[in-house]
Design a protein around this ligand. Sequence first.
Ligand SMILES: Nc1ncnc2c1ncn2[C@@H]1O[C@H](COP(=O)(O)OP(=O)(O)OP(=O)(O)O)[C@@H](O)[C@H]1O
Ligand SMILES: [Mg+2]
Length: 298
Amino acid sequence: MNAAGDVAPRSCRPTSIGEAAGRGGAASGAAAPVALVVDAATKVYGAGADRVLALEGCGFEVRAREIVSIVGPSGCGKTTLLWSMAGLHHLTSGAIRLDGAVIDGPHPAIGIVFQEANLLPWRTLDANIRFPDEIKRRRSDEGLIENLLRQVGLAGYGPRFPRELSGGMQQRVAIVRALAQRPSLLLMDEPFGALDAFTREEMNRLVERIWLDTHTTIVLVTHSIDEAILLSDRVIVLSPRPGRVARIFDVPLPRPRTPEIMAGRAVFELASAIRSEIVGARTSLAAEGAVGSPKGEG
Ligand SMILES: Nc1ncnc2c1ncn2[C@@H]1O[C@H](COP(=O)(O)OP(=O)(O)OP(=O)(O)O)[C@@H](O)[C@H]1O
Ligand SMILES: [Mg+2]
């Protein structure tokens, strides 16, 4: 037992899933294989006076069908890590592997949703959703797309243009576009950060429903601790830059996570523990004078 009551935060070091999973949410059954391995990921941008050490020796594993959130102070390397997972950044050292294969470029089994929906404004929603298939010169799965549009409440909107949709609706299209590729891993970087609180909660519920249906492995970067708890089996807290795993929290709550569950004491205590971990790391660095230095490479 700890501050979070029935939740046992892991120690402050890169954690093997062998220790951390199993007590998590509904997905992390003991049998699920490891899907994603982040192995001592280190990323340096630039050189000389412009050198920035964004990630250093960051390591953890994600099991198939898990939802894992990554949280941490602004600038700690979350986007760098997610882009590296997507093969959009090359690591300086270390490796990221999906189902045993090193990720060294864009991968057909990996879908990504960014903070902005990034829809092509001159294309209808239908044409936006099918764009990745056009590039790959393959036939779209029409049944799947229809089903996904229905699930996100946008059935019949296919002929519309992005400008005719609200931000939340556009983001739902971006999720459909990613899921229509049947990714085995879905990466999301602050996907709902630009939305108002109500729409954001709706979108969280939508992701939860989609996950209950598809059980796609998801890695989510978020600034919202509530969002992380609502959606995740585990929450990974990164240290201030250079990003390393500071601590991993299990979220041993049943799904769906109803408003009653989310208003309960276990969630309150877990949220407090996660917040303290983030704030505590920042405060101790500030005391050492590391926060505020241009490179902050502590
Ligand atoms: N392309 C780049 N070139 C140089 N430095 C970069 C680049 N991308 C990110 N950085 C730096 O790397 C560090 C980590 O950035 P990153 O965007 O990964 O942080 P983050 O945790 O996603 O931040 P936020 O929470 O604000 O989105 C920052 O200091 C940032 O300035
Ligand atoms: Mg970011």
